[in-house]
Design a binder for this molecule. Structure first.
Ligand code: FCB
Length: 460
């Protein structure tokens, strides 16, 4: 990938390179050491919910392989590791008693990262809500907001002094829309008004948690992670343009406007009618509590047709194993638009990567398509940096092949292959490429730190 190596000078000297995972997708140990069940444990038991009928009971068994996985991380040479805490592992009922053995696991994880010179990037909620809270209404119930704030403060009290960043929620759109409107993700509810109320409570709990964490002296950088895409109409028709505008409202502006402007977008609010959420005085100001960073997860663009679902095959672009188009320039366009339309703090790409059908033979996985995907998206971030977007870091999704939610184990996003029979880890060619890229990046930093701040065109 010489062209990508040539572009590395576009990145600021303190740019953070990492990889990301989430608790439910890799930990396993579903009922070990006092862990309570989560809504994903329950959802996996629903017939037909998961494509391959699988569950997260063992997953990558990361819980029992922590030290080896930390060594694997260190071998990649990453600056940072983004992981999430399983709320029911540390507080089995989502309120009240803490589980010391669960807390100890994250203590070992954070200390193990620091011992290896890797910055811990902690996410509080990557979807595995304690089942006990779902029984009381879950995210649709306003009481869950305060439960989350208490949980955030408990994690900070124990780990906050050693964390680089704390992210409140990962992808509220996914939890609200896929979890409560289409019901294809946990908790599997299909009711639009419930989904919009859940989205509001997720945003509110984010803002109140940021306030509470600051009040108790948390020194970590605080933020939230959104799944965002450029939304484009399938054709130049008026109908497709209107449909794309609404989709942009529901996917992007419904989250960006409250977080950065303290209001919901009027067009979407009117479209929702009676399904718009109940909002109490003070909620919007709380949601707009200033944050230190915004995380963006980007995989592909969103093409919208008023006539119904758009067939990605018709786009003429390469598709990943998820059936998602490969559109690196969409990432540049998205980052530029976010920077233009909202006043942004530091911006991370917190997830970016691709599923492909890998085969592991003789200890090698030749995943050239994934390497090309990652390299082209890093270049797309570099293009945004050159155009003035305050980019702070980039993280590959994911360190390991893992439990890909409703797709089960069939979709492999890892740069490290996992054999789900033996749980053996094998770095794929993409991991070897990323390691070499990061090593070159480090050399460049130490050789010419001031030049790193200059745009590409001014560097010899
Ligand atoms: C994102 C999720 C992450 C992973 C990727 C492929 O929406 O945050 O857990 O499943 O998609």
């Amino acid at each position: 990938m010489p062209q990508t190596f040539a572009r590395q000078h576009a990145f600021p000297a303190d740019f953070v390179w990492g990889v990301a995972t989430s608790s439910f997708q890799i930990e396993g140990a579903a009922a070990d050491d006092g862990k309570g069940p989560s809504i994903w444990d329950d959802f996996c038991r629903r017939p037909g919910a998961i494509a391959d009928g699988s569950h997260g009971d063992v997953a990558c068994d990361h819980y029992h392989r922590l030290q080896a996985d930390l060594d694997l991380l260190a071998s990649l040479g990453v600056d940072a590791y983004r992981f999430s805490v399983s709320w029911p592992r540390v507080q089995p009922l989502g309120q009240g008693a803490w589980n010391p053995r669960g807390m100890d696991f994250y203590e070992r994880l954070v200390d193990g990262l620091l011992a290896r010179g890797i910055k811990p990037y902690l996410t509080l909620n990557h979807w595995d809500l304690p089942s006990a809270l779902q029984a009381r209404g879950g995210w649709a119930d306003r009481d869950t907001v305060q439960r989350f704030v208490d949980y955030a403060c408990g994690i900070d009290a124990r780990l906050g002094d050693r964390l680089a960043t704390i992210t409140t929620h990962n992808e509220p759109w996914v939890m609200a829309f896929l979890g409560h409107e289409t019901g294809v993700f946990a908790p599997g509810i299909r009711h639009r008004a419930t989904a919009m109320q859940a989205a509001h409570h997720l945003l509110l709990s984010h803002g109140l948690a940021v306030q509470a964490l600051r009040a108790q002296g948390c020194a970590a950088s605080l933020g939230i992670v959104l799944n965002l895409s450029p939304v484009v109409p399938a054709t130049s028709s008026e109908d497709d343009a209107a449909a794309a505008r609404l989709e942009d409202g529901r996917l992007v502006r419904w989250y960006m406007d409250p977080l950065f402007h303290g209001r919901y977008p009027v067009d979407v609010w009117h479209h929702l009618g009676a399904d718009a959420p109940q909002v109490q005085p003070g909620d919007m100001a709380a949601i707009a509590t200033p944050i230190d960073h915004l995380g963006v997860n980007y995989y592909t663009r969103s093409v919208v047709s008023a006539a119904g679902p758009w067939d990605a095959q018709s786009g003429g672009r390469p598709l990943t194993d998820m059936g998602w188009e490969v559109v690196p320039e969409g990432l540049t366009a998205l980052l530029l638009r976010l920077h233009r339309d909202w006043r942004l703090p530091a911006l991370y790409v917190n997830e970016n990567g691709a599923a492909y059908r890998d085969t592991c033979a003789a200890g090698r996985v030749h995943d050239a398509e994934r390497t090309a995907y990652i390299a082209s998206h890093i270049a797309a971030v570099g293009a945004a940096v050159e155009q003035g977007v305050p980019m702070a870091g980039y993280m590959v999704w994911s360190l390991l092949d893992n439990f890909e939610w409703a797709s089960g184990y069939a979709k492999r996003f890892g740069i490290v292959h996992v054999d789900f029979d033996t749980l053996q880890r094998t770095p794929k060619d993409s991991a070897l490429w990323y390691r070499a890229f990061l090593a070159a990046q480090r050399m460049q930093r130490s050789a010419a730190a001031p030049a790193n701040l200059q745009p590409a065109t001014s560097t010899p």
